[in-house]
Design a binder for this molecule. Structure first.
Ligand code: SF4
Length: 393
């Protein structure tokens, strides 16, 4: 198993090298920096508070599943206590996106208290879950009452067999479909987190996009994460995929390939404009992204690819008049976007009102090319230490 995984890992590295031009096109902005295994007293909380908007709060390593694609290396009872959560929340400032994750956070009996602490600190509570407990409608209602604003649910397609191959031997699909039904009924905003494994579920990406479009009243985004051989990964496969492959597959649905990278560039350029204006830093995107408005069941590019490309060209050629022209031409949208980037959460709320669907193809690259700074920080209790690592979501 070890040899097979090692071989697989070296093939991943090789493919990354082959696709490096593409990867470079959306990753060059990240500086080499990673924070690891710092004691609580060593953590530069001011830096985190100032420079980051999204935090993963890893509240447990326990789980009610035993997935074969799990990133977690080990399981133990080492959990953040409520006191730890309170301490961390008191240092991260307000208005941040706090993603409560694990392991599986719903295994915590005191989850509602954790959520309350996040909310009481003036931050936004997101929940990253496998959704198994969410097949209970009352449980979903309780989560809503506790203050969870957004659910990120792992969902790997529509074939029961996929879950047997990737997750555990149980039929997770039926349970997850129940969870989705409950989330819809409770109008809880949801992101599907789809792990893509070559030869197993890459043929259902289009179907999943259609499902999200149809259910856009509550499904607001999809992350397609290419599986990587880290943690307890133990699936027999011949090859692996990268975000470039995902974009290729999605292009069969008419999603234009360049739209992903131009949108990513657009966000980064917009971030640079705001930072030149001396405004607050924004999340840089680790992944390419495509943003659609759903109108009468159809996907429409929220800003046309041609306009995005022109904007990015103008920006790169430092034609600021072009930027003003763009903003004027799309004054409602341009103004709204600029304003919105000043406050990520307000932006997301506004986007949600507009029936927007975001699609992110991504990949956990940290183990392959470590020492990379991203704008999402994971905080996890590990004995007396807090581990922070780069984790795109
Ligand atoms: S991948 Fe998630 S649901 Fe599966 S075992 Fe790991 S923590 Fe649990």
């Amino acid at each position: 198993m070890k040899t097979r995984t090692t071989t697989y890992a070296s093939r991943v590295s090789q493919k990354i090298k082959t696709d490096s031009k593409f990867f470079k096109s959306y990753m060059t902005d990240f500086k080499n920096e990673i924070l690891q295994n710092q004691k609580l007293s060593q953590v530069d909380w001011n830096d985190l508070k100032k420079n980051h908007t999204t935090f993963l709060l890893n509240v447990t390593k326990n789980c009610n599943s035993n997935c074969k694609i799990c990133y977690a290396k080990d399981r133990n009872n080492d959990e953040m206590t409520l006191k730890d959560v309170k301490f961390v929340m008191s240092r991260l400032g307000k208005g941040k996106k706090i993603v409560i994750t694990g392991g599986e956070p719903t295994t915590r009996q005191d989850l509602s208290k954790i959520i309350k602490q996040v909310k009481d600190s003036g931050n936004h509570a997101y929940l990253y879950t496998n959704g198994l407990r969410l097949s209970d409608r009352e449980y979903v209602q309780d989560l809503k009452k506790s203050g969870i604003e957004f659910i990120i649910l792992s969902f790997d397609g529509f074939k029961p067999d996929t879950y047997k191959k990737l997750r555990s031997n149980q039929d997770h699909l039926t349970t997850k479909l129940h969870a989705l039904k409950n989330l819809k009924q409770e109008a809880m905003k949801t992101q599907l987190s789809y792990t893509v494994v070559q030869g197993i579920n890459e043929k259902e990406l289009g179907k999943t996009v259609d499902f999200a479009v149809k259910n856009n009243d509550f499904i607001k985004s999809i992350t397609f994460t290419c599986a990587t051989p880290i943690g307890r990964f133990d699936v027999e496969i011949d090859d692996f995929l990268t975000p470039k492959d995902i974009i290729e597959i999605l292009s069969e649905k008419g999603i234009r390939k360049e739209y992903f990278t131009e949108t990513k560039k657009f966000y980064d350029n917009m971030g640079k404009i705001l930072s030149r204006m001396g405004r607050k830093k924004i999340d840089r995107k680790l992944s390419p992204e495509a943003v659609y408005e759903i109108k009468e069941g159809k996907m429409e590019e929220i800003i046309k690819l041609e306009d995005l490309t022109q904007f990015n060209k103008d920006f790169e050629n430092k034609k600021f008049l072009g930027i003003l022209g763009f903003t004027w031409k799309y004054k409602r949208l341009g103004f709204e976007l600029i304003k919105s980037r000043l406050d990520l959460v307000r932006f997301e709320k506004r986007m949600a009102r507009k029936n927007v669907l975001n699609i992110f193809p991504t990949m956990i690259v940290t183990p392959i090319k470590s020492k990379r700074r991203v704008d999402t920080i994971e905080i996890m209790k590990k004995k007396d230490d807090f581990l922070q690592c780069a984790t795109p979501i």
